[in-house]
Every structure is written in structure tokens, then in C-alpha cells.
Design a protein around this ligand. Structure first.
Ligand code: ADP
Ligand code: MG
Length: 403
């Protein structure tokens, strides 16, 4: 994914106003009619069409005239809106190199005014599915791009909320800095994903530490659900940091036991293959030390004393409620008016939201036979093809100033 933020510097206030108008129109339109964009943007001196042409040139919007003349945001357009908002808020001032390609995200370094470096994660939920259906029928294509916007935003909000709550409970996670739209800003972890690590000074200690994390999460009422060598970072001191939280579930989930065991299995398998470690060996090697032998037996879900729902309230307080979870689970069909993203958006000031709400959606078609499971399948495929494509750490990062 190319993210040329240089273009950002050349975009005018009107460009952002029109881009934001397209975003607002997408709350209830998969393709936003040009006249609606014009009405929402209500540029003082007119010229929406000229601006749209410029946005089109930079691939920030996509033009579609198959049913009627209209526009929708592209990934890049959505990225720019989030980045611009963060820059306006003073969260960071420049975007650097890409440091990660996840199954459903792109991760970049960003620099603050004082030169310190953070990481941003741009969520791309449904990325493969969106690509996969490109050749299919029009309405399906539109629907997917529409969903992508909403789902990616929910994924970001969930990740941000969990990261914050976990950090407050002393878990080793990145520091959650800010969240806007589909973008989460967090501290940069100076380490490597475990999958890239060939040697460890004390593999047994790391192994125990990681298994201990799964247990502690469950004690706090949570299961990571994607706890594997791609989502665990290790630094030079062999300190462990866990990342990637959009798929976490509560221990009260009906498949909790299965998810818990799967997380444990992933770790056991990895350590067995890469470091030739198994729990049995650990038990043999640890004499009779009570602490060690306790930590070395396979974590058992049913014997963990779990505080169900413990984190729920805190998560809700940071914005991610059960409602959001339900929406994510159901792979929602349309965006409701809970959009918070442009509330603090300077460039949308004065735009007439009532126009957006009042206009009846033209293309909200039902999506028969399209289930969460189907989408997960596609996402899984994507995960396999994307994970591991990580760039090497580099010493001379190149940053593009935005303002
Ligand atoms: P996905 O949900 O798409 O799998 P991840 O959150 O797992 O995305 O991130 C993908 C990759 O990006 C990670 O494997 C890691 O290499 C890198 N990464 C993510 N967050 C950070 C961070 N805070 N600091 C450094 N690298 C990170
Ligand atoms: Mg990941």
C-alpha cells in the first residue's frame, strides 16, 4: 500500500471540505451523488466539481457512473482524512516508512514535532473481500466499500479501547495515544515480531512469560484470539509486548474455551518448532520448584479464576460498547448516525448534516447470503498471504512533513 503523504501538503481547505463531504454522504450512500457532495460541502465560491476532479486525480475518491453519477472514498482518501485530523490535533507532524503489513492493516512510523516517533495502524477490515468482489456485480462492490469504512473504524475503536484498558491493568501493550476513524496512534515498539526471532537468550523464560500472559488475560476476563508469533513483539532485553486486539473476546463468549486453547496451542507449537521447547521438558527441567512447575503445566481454561465482564465497563467508557461489538460481529449492513469521526473535524464545520440524514439512501441493498463467516474466510486467506511481509528495522527513517 503506497501512502504518498506529499500530496497532502498540496491539498487545499476546499479539497478537504469536499473529501469530508464525500465521507459524510457515505453514511447513507454507497456512492454519493455529485449534487449531494456539492450540497454538503457548500463551498463559498462553488467549484465542487473542479475539486472532485482534483481528488480523483490523486485517487482519494473513486468515480462511479454505473447507476448515477457519484463518488465514494478510496482507502487513500480515508487515510488522508484521518491523518489530516491527527495532524490538526498535533498528534504527529510527519509520516515515515511503512513498518508492517498485517492481515487487515498497514502500519507506519510517524514523527511528533519534538522528533519522537510513534506508530499508526490504518485498519483495512474486509480488504481482501473488497478486492475479491471487485469483478462481481456493481451493487455488491459498492456495498463492500461502504462496509469497509464502517468496519475499519469499529476495528480501530475496539483496538484503541482494549489497548488503553490493558495498559491500565499493567499488560505489556503499546501505549494507546489517539484514535480517529480507522486509524490508531500508539507508541512504537522497539523490537521484532517473534516470528522473525531465530535465537533467544532464555527461550524458557520467554515461553513462560507468554503463556503467563494468556492466563492473566483470562483472569481479566479476556481472550486475545489471535495470540501467535506475529502478534508478539520481543525487544533486545527479551521483553514481550503483545499487539493486535481487534478480535479479542470475553471469557463469557460461547466459544471461549476453544479460543483460549487455540491461543495456547499456537504458542506451544511455535516454541516447539522454533526452540524445541515443550511443556513436558520444562517440567522435567524445573526440579521441584513450586513456582516453576506451576507455570510449566498447560494453562487450563476451566481452572482459571476469571473475572467475567471486568473490563467491559472500562471498554465502554473509552467508547467501545457492546453495541459496537455486536455490529462488528454481525458485519453490519449500514452505517448508523453514531458516526463520531467528523464531530471534531475542523474541515466539516458548517456543513449541513441534516442534508445527509434527510436524503434517502439510493442503494442500500440487502446482502443475501453474505455472512460474517464468509468474510472471515476471505480475511484468513489474506492473512496468510500478507503476514510476515515485514520490513526490516531501519536506522535512517525518512519522514514527510505534512504541514
Ligand atoms: P494486523 O492486525 O493487520 O495483523 P498488527 O497490529 O499485528 O496488524 O501489526 C502488523 C505488524 O506491524 C506487526 O507484526 C508488527 O511488525 C508491526 N507493528 C504493529 N504495531 C506496532 C508497534 N506499535 N510498533 C512497532 N511495530 C508494530
Ligand atoms: Mg497481527
Amino acid at each position: 500500500m503506497k501512502l504518498d503523504v506529499n500530496v497532502l501538503r498540496y491539498l487545499s481547505k476546499d479539497d478537504f471540505r469536499v473529501l469530508t463531504a464525500v465521507e459524510m454522504g457515505m453514511r447513507n450512500h454507497e456512492i454519493v451523488p455529485s449534487e449531494l457532495v456539492d450540497r454538503i460541502a457548500s463551498l463559498k465560491h462553488g467549484g465542487t466539481y473542479k475539486v472532485l476532479k482534483n481528488l480523483l486525480k490523486h485517487k482519494l475518491v473513486h468515480h462511479d457512473s454505473s447507476k448515477y453519477d457519484g463518488f465514494r472514498l478510496t482507502y487513500l482518501g480515508y487515510d488522508f482524512l484521518a491523518i489530516k485530523t491527527m495532524v490538526n490535533r498535533g498528534v504527529f507532524t510527519a509520516v515515515g516508512r511503512q513498518i508492517g503489513v498485517g492481515k487487515e492493516s498497514d502500519i507506519f512510523e510517524v514523527a511528533k514535532e519534538d522528533g519522537s516517533i510513534l506508530a499508526i495502524k490504518l485498519h483495512r477490515l474486509g480488504r481482501t473481500s473488497f478486492r475479491a468482489v471487485k469483478s462481481k456485480r456493481d451493487y455488491l462492490r459498492h456495498r463492500r466499500s461502504f462496509n469497509w469504512l464502517y468496519l475499519s473504524r469499529l476495528a480501530a475503536l475496539k483496538e484503541f479501547s482494549f489497548m488503553k484498558a490493558l495498559e491500565e491493568h499493567g499488560f505489556p501493550v503499546p501505549n494507546a495515544v489517539e484514535c480517529n476513524r480507522h486509524c490508531v496512534v500508539m507508541s512504537l515498539i522497539h523490537g521484532y515480531p517473534l516470528v522473525q526471532v531465530r535465537e533467544l537468550q532464555s527461550p524458557e523464560v520467554v515461553f513462560e512469560r507468554i503463556l503467563g500472559l494468556i492466563v492473566r488475560l483470562a483472569e481479566h476476563g479476556l481472550i486475545h484470539c489471535d495470540f501467535n508469533e506475529f502478534n508478539i513483539m520481543i525487544d533486545d532485553e527479551e521483553k514481550v509486548t503483545m499487539i493486535d486486539f481487534p478480535q479479542m473476546v470475553s471469557v463469557s463468549h460461547r466459544n471461549a474455551q476453544m479460543y483460549f486453547d487455540r491461543d495456547v496451542d499456537c504458542i506451544l507449537k511455535f516454541f516447539s518448532k522454533r526452540f524445541n521447547l515443550s511443556l513436558e521438558e520444562q517440567i522435567d527441567n524445573t526440579d521441584n520448584s513450586e513456582e516453576d512447575s506451576e507455570g510449566s503445566s498447560r494453562p487450563c481454561f476451566s481452572s482459571i479464576s476469571k473475572s467475567v465482564g471486568f473490563l467491559d465497563r472500562e471498554l465502554a467508557a473509552s467508547g467501545f460498547t457492546r453495541k459496537e461489538q455486536d455490529d462488528m460481529d454481525k458485519f453490519v449492513k449500514e452505517e448508523k448516525d453514531q458516526d463520531q469521526c467528523s464531530e471534531d473535524e475542523e474541515d466539516s464545520a458548517g456543513m449541513d448534516e441534516t442534508i445527509v440524514r434527510d436524503v434517502v439512501s439510493l442503494h442500500l441493498l440487502d446482502q443475501p447470503g453474505h455472512t460474517v463467516e464468509g468474510n472471515e474466510e476471505e480475511i484468513k486467506e489474506n492473512r496468510q498471504s500478507c503476514e510476515g511481509q515485514l520490513s526490516e528495522p531501519c536506522c535512517e527513517a525518512h519522514f514527510n512533513e505534512i504541514s
